[in-house]
Design a protein around this ligand. Structure first.
Ligand code: NAD
Length: 795
């Protein structure tokens, strides 16, 4: 396969999806030309410019760093088409109308470069029909790429080949979407709404059908169909409001128009009440009213009985909730099925009809059951796909129950379950792969080379998993290695504590892991199998010390923590931190001391100790002072405050980065640290980086001698800002006290400006300030409150 290089991309359509896809491309350093119709008034690129302004305001942000938006050029189809010639990838994301898309394809085709890939982000129109007006030479390079909203955060992209799509082109695009954009790619067939929307929308229709049949409230159904059954908080009806009720109706209509022979066809219709809301212009979140409406502070919900909005309440019956909390899935389904309350019957019915639906349709809509399950996890945020849920609950028992309900006319359709369901199997996922109804065989995972970069791809239930070989283990840390060539050279340390919390056992485990890596390996990677990287010091483990006011024990732990970060920094082999998700407090301090960090794009890094009335006590303040010194050496005016001031504000406000790119802007990541877009490639990238450093003859840095600190004048400068904030009522007296302690620590103590110190000195100053704060009642109250409630206390 020759290299597929995307120097520049074009996105056609600057609407909700087009603008956000463009944003994610520039996040990944792919410059973009974003097109829309010419604006008839003023600037001809006005529509795109408005969309770019919108991107900067959208929450959660589609941009990993605000300044990236500068790499999106605005264009229109009248004067800008020549710009298309310079693009290697063109993604169309205009309104969902076959005729409009066809018109546009005729217009742009002559300008698409002879090697470029052309892909459509349609939600469900036929890719083969869309391809019809394309010239023969372009058809081989055309396919569907279906992103989910919001495209930065939703992992799923469905890749849909058309009849003439070139196989190597599809492989290239799949690899690009995976590694460069960090997406989970699932290949889908050219069937209406593809996989995730087909099943997801049917699931919504089933929920709507049973809501009405059992006379439940929309709010009650949302309480039932959210986290309690492993689905997002927005559950069903709130999700519909977020998506837009008109958009939902549109996707349903695609199924109505194109699936006439489907056994569930009569349900492919927006219910009357939904059509009525749309007619009234209540389209959901975008029109401020839909199934839900906010009246002042009160949230109201449509009540079908009242034909009006009423206050939303939505309670799950305690007995039903107890069933849903059962750990054993077989028992859970047994009890749901047998319980007579409408809530339990509702839940059984929505699961049953989806099981029935996916079994009947698996062969036409997906290559195999794993693809369908992962599509539902990544596209709809379900914790498990429907086949996994079925398999976990006991394949045969569920199959028999579904069959009985079909026979008794209780299921939504009469179509029998396919014969393979009853061939004696225990499920559809196993060690040999996942069941393909189309091929009547178990299918292994894709052999595309890009997936060799994923040592631990997200697995479905029942799939084989290689856990690697353990080298050493204590209560806090597992030192292990992967079974491949890289594993022979690079050891991996993973924290065993919940949320990667760092207590004494993690510190001791890390000290041992480093010693072993130095002895037997070329490098060490710190990586966690699941995000977060670490929520920071284990306050819970420390609460004993706190309750007994045993500050000496605390001080001792602090000293060992310092030893650990210094060992990380000065180990004889490179220690690389592989971060995914949150790295807070102590977790961030480990990152700051690693020889290099490789961070997943969705990394949220920060020193948040101020929230509990403390300052970073694990070398974080020391690193800020040291980095200020090192940066100042390289600048003309040698000003330490240039680094200290912004980092002081960041730490004083407990700011956490909203992406790895922002972590770099905030100074937690260094310019040489790497960003990886696909979290499942993180371990591989970190191992490679670590080995590369070792191969290049890695030596730890020499401990800096003569660190110049800002001292008293620096403290005074920072204090001035604090005084203003306190007197302006923006911060409390205790915030001021915490801020001042931080100022002292990052300025190297109350010494003359320009005093030369070493790391030991800086750590001692940091430690003193930390312990002094810990001895204040207000800090102790903050810690206690956070431990009890998980929330910060302002005092
Ligand atoms: P949108 O309405 O926000 O934006 C559509 C854009 O198309 C607008 O900028 C508009 O100016 C432009 N446009 C309209 N008519 C046009 C024409 N005749 N020629 C050229 N441009 C025209 O829509 P969206 O939600 O961004 O959807 C775009 C595509 O993405 C659709 O195919 C949709 O099905 C698909 N999609 C949407 C979502 C979603 O959640 N919104 C998710 C996945 C895929």
């Amino acid at each position: 396969m020759s290299n597929f290089i995307v120097r520049k991309a074009a996105v056609l359509g600057a609407g909700v999806m087009g603008a956000q896809i463009a944003a994610h491309l520039v996040n990944a350093d792919v410059p973009v030309v974003l097109f829309d119709l010419p604006d008839r008034e003023g600037d001809p690129n006005g529509i795109v410019r408005k969309a770019l302004d919108g991107l900067k305001k959208l929450e959660p942000s589609p941009l990993g760093a605000k300044d990236k938006v500068a790499y999106i050029d605005a264009a229109n189809y009248e004067s800008g088409l020549e710009l298309l010639r310079g693009c290697d990838l063109v993604i169309e994301a205009i309104a969902e109308r076959m005729d409009w898309k066809h018109d546009l394809y005729r217009k742009v085709a002559p300008f698409i470069a002879p090697h470029a890939i052309f892909a459509t982000n349609t939600s469900g129109l036929s890719i083969n029909r869309l391809a019809e007006p394309l010239p023969a030479g372009l058809r081989g390079r055309f396919c569907g790429v279906h992103f989910f909203n919001p495209p930065r955060y939703m992992k799923l992209v469905e890749l849909i080949p058309a009849r003439h799509s070139d196989a190597a082109m599809l492989d290239n695009l799949e690899s690009f979407l995976t590694t460069t954009l960090g997406k989970g790619v699932i290949r889908a067939f050219d069937t209406p709404n593809f996989i995730a929307n087909r099943v997801g929308v049917f699931s919504i229709l089933a929920v709507m059908h049973h809501t009405e049949r059992l006379g439940l409230g929309f709010d009650t159904v949302d309480a039932l169909t959210g986290p309690l059954i492993g689905r997002p908080k927005s559950a069903t009806y709130r999700t519909a409001d977020v998506v837009g009720l008109d958009t939902l109706a549109h996707v349903i209509k695609t199924m109505e128009d194109n699936l006439a022979a489907d056994p569930w066809h009569k349900y492919y219709k927006a219910p009357g009440w939904l059509q009525l809301l749309i007619q009234k212009g209540a389209l959901g979140q975008k029109t401020k009213a839909g199934i839900y409406r906010k009246d002042g502070k009160e949230i109201k919900v449509v009540d079908l009985g009242l034909q009006d909005y009423r206050a939303a309440a939505g309670q799950v019956e305690p007995e039903v909730e107890a069933i849903l909390k059962l750990k054993n899935p077989a028992e859970k389904f047994d009890k749901l099925c047998a319980h007579s309350s409408p809530q339990a019957q509702f839940l059984w019915a929505i699961f049953r009809d989806v099981f029935h639906y996916v079994a009947v349709h698996l062969g036409d809509i997906a290559d195999n059951a794993r693809d369908l399950d992962l599509a539902m996890r990544w596209g709809f945020g379900w914790a498990q796909g429907p086949f996994e849920t079925w398999q976990a609950a006991g394949w045969q028992a569920i199959a028999d129950a579904v069959k009985q309900d079909i026979a008794a006319g209780r299921a939504m359709a009469q179509a029998p379950l396919p014969a393979w369901v009853f061939d004696g199997r225990q499920g559809v996922h196993g060690k040999a792969g996942s069941w393909s109804a189309k091929e009547s065989a178990d299918r292994p995972r894709s052999a595309l080379p890009v997936y060799r970069r994923q040592y631990f791809p997200e697995r479905v239930l029942g799939e084989a998993q290689d856990a690697g070989e353990t080298l050493f283990e204590n209560e806090g840390v597992r030192l292990w290695r992967t079974g491949d060539e890289l594993g022979r050279r690079v050891a991996v340390a993973s924290f065993k504590s919940k949320g990667g919390a760092i207590g004494p056992e993690v510190v001791e485990g890390m000290l041992e892991a480093i010693a072993r890596a130095e002895k037997d390996y070329s490098a060490l990677v710190i990586w966690q199998p699941q995000p977060p990287f670490s929520f920071g010091a284990n306050l819970k483990a420390m609460s004993g010390f706190i309750q007994n006011r045993d500050f000496a024990a605390f001080e001792q732990f602090g000293k060992r923590f310092h030893e650990m970060v210094l060992r990380i920094k000065y180990a004889q082999v490179p220690v690389v931190a592989a971060v995914n998700g949150m790295a807070l407090g102590g977790g961030c301090e480990i990152v700051m001391h690693a020889a290099r960090t490789v961070a997943a794009f969705e990394s949220y890094i920060g020193l948040v100790e101020a929230g509990v009335g403390l300052i970073p006590g694990g070398g974080g303040c020391k690193e800020i002072a040291l980095r200020a010194h090192q940066t100042a050496l390289a600048t003309a005016n040698k000003d330490l405050m240039q680094t200290i001031q912004p980092m002081f504000m960041t730490v004083a406000q407990a700011t956490v980065s909203k992406s790895a790119l922002e972590a770099r802007e905030l100074g937690f990541l260094r310019p040489a640290d790497q960003v990886v877009f696909h979290a499942d490639e993180l371990l591989h990238a970190a191992q490679r980086t670590a080995l590369g450093m070792a191969e290049a003859g890695y030596r730890p840095p020499l401990p800096p001698r003569g660190i110049r600190v800002a001292g008293r004048p620096g403290i005074a400068t920072l204090e001035l800002a604090l005084v203003n904030m306190r007197d302006g009522g923006m911060i409390s007296e205790h915030d001021y006290k915490v801020g001042r302690a931080l100022a002292v620590a990052v300025c190297g103590g109350e010494v003359e400006a320009g005093t030369l110190v070493d790391e030991k000195w800086l750590l001692a100053v940091e430690g003193q300030q930390f312990i002094a704060l810990l001895q204040t009642e207000k800090t102790l109250a903050r810690i206690k409150h956070t431990l009890e409630t998980g929330k910060p206390l302002r005092n």
